[in-house]
Design a protein around this ligand. Structure first.
Ligand code: PGA
Length: 248
């Protein structure tokens, strides 16, 4: 059985000092459990701080929020896969909706990042999801399939090394979340796409206004293998509540 993944996306919050403080408070109550993993995606400057503390514990992984696809060069402001790895990352988010819609990342770039991560032996967590107008136009599956198409050409065994996160853009940071059934339907379509492309088991996370109050209900869906959490992952006690079963 693949473990349930609880992934914290801190976005542009928690510098190194706050990250150390968070890690200490979180680890106070942390007990590893074979069927759960807790992944942290801190800002790049805090990767080492989290990796040095939390990353030492069983069942905890640390990842970058974004990487560049080139190994090095004149790319001011960017982070290479090797640098993220050296700082303690074993995974990275790719194509998060804020990268796509705030910073203009295109599918083509997302695809290059996935390949660079695979080559560097980091787990890509590919984020997909539709905007509100696309959902209202009933285009959700078409949008998600277009975003998945960047994976075309990877063989099944390689695809199985990915984690996919379904995050409807209208649900991110808005307090609105997809119903568990709606999310599960999209997860099912993603799983079928992966299966048709030769992948075995791929973990598919749900993200978008996940909180302690709705995490359990979402995770009760068989199609939902974990959660990717922004706002509600910033406070160690709230995050503990979401990862609750891990900490029992
Ligand atoms: P949210 O963000 O939990 O604050 O909605 C989720 C995400 O963007 O990954």
């Amino acid at each position: 059985m693949t473990p349930t993944i609880f992934a914290a996306n801190w976005k542009m919050h928690h510098g190194p000092r706050a990250a150390r403080d968070f890690s200490d408070r979180f680890l106070d109550g942390y007990r590893p459990a074979a069927d759960r993993e807790v992944w942290f995606f801190p800002p790049a400057v805090s990767l080492e701080a989290v990796a040095a503390r939390a990353g030492e514990h069983a069942g905890i992984r640390v990842g970058a929020q974004n990487v560049h696809w080139e190994p090095k060069g004149a790319f001011t402001g960017e982070l290479s896969v090797a640098m993220a790895k050296e700082a303690g990352a074993s995974a990275a988010l790719v194509g998060h909706s804020e990268r796509r819609h705030v910073f203009g990342e295109r599918d083509e770039e997302t695809g290059l990042k996935v390949r660079a991560l695979l080559e560097g032996d980091l787990t890509p967590v590919l984020c997909v999801g539709e905007q509100l107008a696309e959902r209202e136009a009933d285009d959700t599956l078409e949008v998600v399939q277009r975003q998945l198409a960047v994976l075309e050409g990877l063989d099944g065994a390689t695809l199985s090394r990915l984690v996919i996160a379904y995050e409807p853009v209208w649900a991110i940071g808005t307090g609105k979340n997809a119903t568990p059934a709606d999310a599960a339907a999209v997860h099912g379509a993603i799983r079928r796409w992966c299966g048709e492309h030769g992948a075995g088991a791929v973990s598919i996370l749900y993200g978008g206004s996940v909180k302690p109050e709705n995490a359990e209900e979402l995770l009760a869906e068989e199609e939902i293998d974990g959660v990717l959490v922004g706002g509600a992952s910033l406070d160690p006690e709230t995050w503990q509540a979401i990862c609750g079963a891990v900490l029992d």
